[in-house]
Design a binder for this molecule. Structure first.
Ligand SMILES: [Zn+2]
Length: 247
């Protein structure tokens, strides 16, 4: 497939609430391949290679071709959390049907409150300058309990996402040290990406990862960056073009 820069690109712009903060580089936008609505309708074929996606960010999350596990990107390295519980490094030629990345430069670093995951998410929400902008977040911490999930690879014809999630594999974990990585999506953009917080976990030893379902936090540090907009890279595939995605 010939490379085109941002085919069918939609760029949503927003002002930054921390623009007065001094950072060494201007914040990068969120770059996202495909949409949550397309995933919900079974558009699981890989759209972009990880090699290309990592040109747009060194931090983020997503999934892999055929919904083959959960994707986490940290410090420019992509990891796949498989439904078998293994974590592997993703090669640059691997394809993703949905990924969201940015070049994460924290604008604000604050201690995380000890407590439940609900406490943490509520705290993170108080740290938002506005609910109507994209925010990248990383929570480095010690998690006495942590529940993550992954999903098994699907074969065409792909089922709806809801059906795949009914068969998700849940991993209840204890005594994890690592990072929650992800984004706040303005709730009114819920067809584009998971509304609110969407977080994936990656253990410091890179042996455990997955989509966050629940946790408790003993101690931690929160790093946040408001992102100046969204670059949305939409599939050119017939599956996408002919899917009924609008109500
Ligand atoms: Zn996820």
């Amino acid at each position: 497939m010939p490379h085109r820069a941002y085919p069918l690109t939609l760029v949503l712009l927003a002002s930054t609430w921390l623009s007065s903060c001094a950072t060494s580089a201007p914040p990068a936008p969120l770059y996202q391949t495909s949409t949550l609505r397309a995933l919900q309708h079974g558009v699981f074929d890989g759209l972009r290679s990880l090699g290309m996606i990592l040109q747009h960010g060194d931090f983020g999350l997503g999934t892999l071709n055929g919904l083959d596990g959960e994707l986490v990107v940290l410090a420019g390295q992509a990891y796949r959390a498989g439904a078998d519980g293994t974590v592997t490094v993703v090669p640059p030629e691997a394809l993703s049907p949905f990924a969201a990345v940015t070049f994460f430069v924290p604008q604000r670093t604050v201690p995380a409150p000890a407590g439940s995951c609900a406490d943490l998410l509520a705290f993170l929400e108080t740290e938002l300058g506005s609910p109507n902008v994209f925010v990248a977040v990383q929570v480095d911490g010690v998690f006495p309990t942590l529940t993550v999930r992954s999903v098994p690879k699907q074969a065409p014809p792909y089922p709806p996402l809801e059906q795949v999630l009914a068969g998700q594999v849940v991993f209840p974990l204890r005594h994890q040290v690592g990072s929650l990585i992800g984004f706040w999506t303005p709730p009114y953009l819920g067809a584009v990406s998971s509304p609110g917080w969407h977080l994936h976990f990656l253990a410091r030893d890179r042996q455990t990862a997955g989509h966050l379902l629940d946790c408790s936090l003993a101690e931690g540090v929160v790093k946040l960056a408001e992102l100046p907009g969204l670059v949305l890279d939409l599939p050119e595939t017939e599956t996408y073009r002919t899917a009924t995605l609008s109500p």
